[in-house]
Design a binder for this molecule. Structure first.
Ligand code: XMP
Length: 322
């Protein structure tokens, strides 16, 4: 639109002026904010920007490819992908406790990200800027006014490394989420990235109740892809805030499929309606859409013989199960 066009012009000019001939780094999470921030900086300074994407193996189906192919195709951005799946799965082996999982994923993420940053810094003399997708609500939430660099740590992709000094570039500091989406659209980013619903940093690692393994992740990825496909086909993406799909890996129940008894795992659907994720209500979704998702998941995903619906508000339940 006209207004977002102005925002882009203004930001591009400002970024050009600030960055000059130096280089910048941006961590991509697969989410909207970091993608739009990176695209803006790319538009301003081109190959002076390098993006880093840590593939922790906990992403949903197709998400890494969207960043690797579609985002790069749309922006021409210089991208460094770090394949860290094995590292994360090894670190998570044998761990079922949710808080422990979160700590391990957070810790490994910072290590991998810092290592990639250090490599880029070592390659180029003038890496002076770190691009972040901080939004206006983040700025307000952290008690900072415009112009301050006080950001809650969970909003940083991996946090700032101790031994490398960067100046922050935060081109989205004045914008709300819907405006960021408009800017992204205006910049020609793929619809799948611009309209993406919130997804937790620890990814599917906190949507498997029980130990996280490659097999379980693959299984959950299939179930999640089916749910997302059907929700999109039913036109419900804008009505639903997000719909976590959870694998109860430590639970089994008896079923009957084909001509025999099965003893498989349940999949939980957790569609929620919310304004800001602080509180949420379970979404009264059309039964026929639920039925399609259930039928497809039990038919198409091995070892899943039951689909259940989470009908808990937040509070008392959180949106995610872990
Ligand atoms: P809960 O489960 O606390 O989730 O009701 C609230 C919102 O936050 C998302 N979420 C996270 N996002 N890193 C993130 O970037 C995290 O560790 C994380 N944990 C939860 C969740 O998807 C929901 O939108």
């Amino acid at each position: 639109t006209w207004t977002m066009g102005n925002v882009i012009e203004e930001q591009v000019a400002e970024i050009r002026e600030r960055v000059g001939t130096k280089r910048a780094i941006c961590g991509l999470s697969g989410g909207v904010d970091s993608a739009v921030a990176a695209a803006l900086v790319q538009k301003a300074v081109g190959t002076q920007l390098t993006c880093v994407y840590v593939d922790h193996g906990l992403m949903r189906k197709g998400e890494t490819e969207q960043v690797e192919k579609d985002f790069v195709a749309a922006t021409g951005v210089q991208l460094k992908v770090v394949d860290a799946e094995e590292r994360f799965l090894t670190a998570l082996a044998g761990v079922s406790d949710p808080e422990q999982k979160r700590k391990i994923i957070g810790r490994e993420f910072i290590r991998v990200f810092e290592q990639a940053q250090a490599e880029i810094v070592a390659e180029g003399e003038d890496v002076a800027f770190l691009v972040q997708g901080t939004l206006y609500p983040d700025v307000v939430e952290s008690g900072g006014g415009a112009g301050t660099a006080n950001i809650k740590s969970h909003h940083n992709v991996g946090g700032l490394p101790d031994d490398i000094e960067f100046e922050l570039v935060e081109p989205l500091r004045a914008l709300f989420k819907d405006e960021v989406r408009m800017v992204g659209q205006e910049l020609g980013l793929p619809e799948e990235i611009v309209q993406r619903q919130p997804f937790p940093g620890p990814g599917l690692g906190i949507r498997i109740v029980g130990e996280v393994t490659k097999d379980r992740l693959d299984l959950l990825r299939e179930a999640d892809a089916i749910a997302r496909e059907e929700l999109t086909a039913a036109g419900l993406d804008r009505d639903i805030w997000q719909c976590p799909v959870v694998l109860l890996a430590d639970v089994r129940s008896v079923g009957v499929q084909g001509d025999g008894r099965t003893y498989g795992h349940p999949i939980v659907l957790r569609p929620v309606s919310s304004e800001d994720a602080m509180t949420a209500d379970w979404t009264r979704m059309p039964y026929d859409v639920l039925a399609r998702i259930s039928t497809r998941i039990t038919n198409e995903v091995d070892e899943v013989n039951r689909v259940v619906l989470d009908v808990t508000s937040k509070p008392p339940g959180t949106i995610e199960w872990e």
